[in-house]
Design a protein around this ligand. Structure first.
Ligand code: ADP
Ligand code: ZN
Length: 292
C-alpha cells in the first residue's frame, strides 16, 4: 500500500509515503511558511507519489467537526496566513482519495496505539513538549474530539514555590505551555534547554509542572499508558523525575499495578521515537482508507 502522511508542524512540514506496517518509505520536509506556498509543495510531492489515501496530523487549533461549514480549516492560530485557511479542502480539490484529518497530537497518540508504545491498548494519552505543549487523547479505541478537541497544553498548573517566571503563553500567561514549553524554559533561564546542564534546577521545575499535567491526565482520563514526546524530552534525566513527581502526587490513591509498581513501563517515551508524528498521520490515512 502507498499511504500519504502529512505532519504539519508550526515550524516545519513533513510529508511522507508509508505502508500498512507503519514503515515510512520516503519523506520530504520544508519550513511552514505562508499556506499557499506550503500547500503547493505538498501537492507537487503527492502528485508524483500517487498515494491511495492521505492522513494529516496538524498544528491547530483546527476544525474537526464534520458537520461544520469550516471543517478542515485551521482556526485561531497566530501563524501568519493560516487562521481560517481551508487546509483540508485545498488538498481534497487536488486528490480524489480518502483523507484522515486530526490534530498533530491526536495523530501521534493514534500512531503510538497502532504501532508504538501503546500497541495493543485501547487507550493512551500523548504529550508533546516542544515549541508548544499539546495533548492527544485516545480512549476506548477512539481519538477524543468532544466539543472542539482537547487542548491539554493550556491547563493551569499549581506554581512551583521557587518559580518567579510570569509565563509566556499569549492567551494565559502561566498555563502549562506558558511555564514548561521549550521557549518558556529558554525565556526563564536566558538560554536554550539543550544548553542547561542535566543537574540544573530548571529540570526540577520542569518535572514539577509536567508531573502535575500527567497526574491530571491520569485522574481525568485513566489512560492505559502515558507517552511523553517532543524536543524537551530529549533531556534524558527528565522522564524519571516526572515519574517520581506523578508517584508523589498520586500518593498511592489510584489502585493500579501500573501506577504502584509499574510506572517505568506506564509513563514512557514514544515507541516510534521522532517518527511518532509522521507515523501517526500515516495511521490516520490508513484508517481513512479502511473506512471508505
Ligand atoms: P516542534 O515542537 O516545533 O515540533 P520539537 O518537539 O523539536 O519541535 O521542540 C522544539 C523545542 O524543544 C525547542 O524549544 C527546543 O529548545 C526544545 N529542545 C529541543 N531539543 C532539546 C533538548 N535536547 N533539551 C531541551 N530542550 C530541547
Ligand atoms: Zn495557554
Amino acid at each position: 500500500m502507498r499511504i500519504g502522511a502529512i505532519e504539519a508542524g508550526g515550524t516545519k512540514f513533513v510529508c511522507g509515503i508509508g505502508n500498512e506496517y507503519g514503515e515510512i518509505e520516503d519523506r520530504i520536509s520544508f519550513p511552514t511558511e505562508y499556506p499557499e506556498q506550503v500547500l503547493e509543495q505538498v501537492i507537487s510531492y503527492f502528485r508524483e507519489k500517487n498515494p491511495e489515501a492521505i492522513g494529516i496530523g496538524t498544528f491547530g487549533p483546527i476544525d474537526i467537526n464534520r458537520k461544520s461549514a469550516t471543517f478542515g480549516n485551521v482556526t485561531t492560530t497566530p501563524k501568519p496566513g493560516w487562521s481560517g485557511f481551508p487546509f483540508l479542502n485545498t488538498l481534497k480539490r487536488e486528490f480524489d482519495v480518502p483523507f484522515g484529518w486530526d490534530t498533530d497530537v491526536n495523530a501521534a497518540a493514534y500512531g503510538e496505539a497502532v504501532w508504538g508504545a501503546a500497541k495493543g491498548l485501547d487507550s493512551c494519552v500523548y504529550f508533546t513538549i516542544g515549541t508548544g505543549i499539546g495533548v492527544g487523547v485516545y480512549a476506548e479505541g477512539k481519538l477524543v474530539h468532544g466539543l472542539v478537541h482537547p487542548e491539554g497544553g493550556h491547563i493551569l498548573p499549581r506554581r512551583h514555590p521557587e518559580d518567579r517566571f510570569e509565563g509566556n503563553c499569549p492567551f494565559h500567561g502561566d498555563c502549562l505551555e506558558g511555564m514548561a514549553s521549550g521557549p518558556a524554559i529558554e525565556k526563564r533561564w536566558g538560554m536554550k534547554g539543550s544548553e542547561l546542564g542535566e543537574n540544573h534546577s530548571a529540570w526540577d521545575i520542569e518535572a514539577y509542572y509536567l508531573g502535575q499535567a500527567v497526574t491530571t491526565a491520569i485522574l481525568m482520563l485513566s489512560p492505559k499508558r502515558v507517552i511523553l514526546g517532543g524536543g524537551v524530552m530529549h533531556q534524558k534525566q527528565l522522564l524519571p523525575m516526572i515519574r517520581a513527581e506523578v508517584s508523589k502526587n498520586l500518593n498511592g490513591y489510584v489502585s493500579a499495578e501500573q501506577l504502584l509498581t509499574g510506572i517505568n513501563e506506564y509513563i514512557v517515551l514514544p515507541g516510534l521515537g521522532d517518527n511518532a508524528g509522521l507515523c501517526g498521520s500515516l495511521a490516520l490515512g490508513l484508517a481513512a482508507l479502511e473506512l471508505k
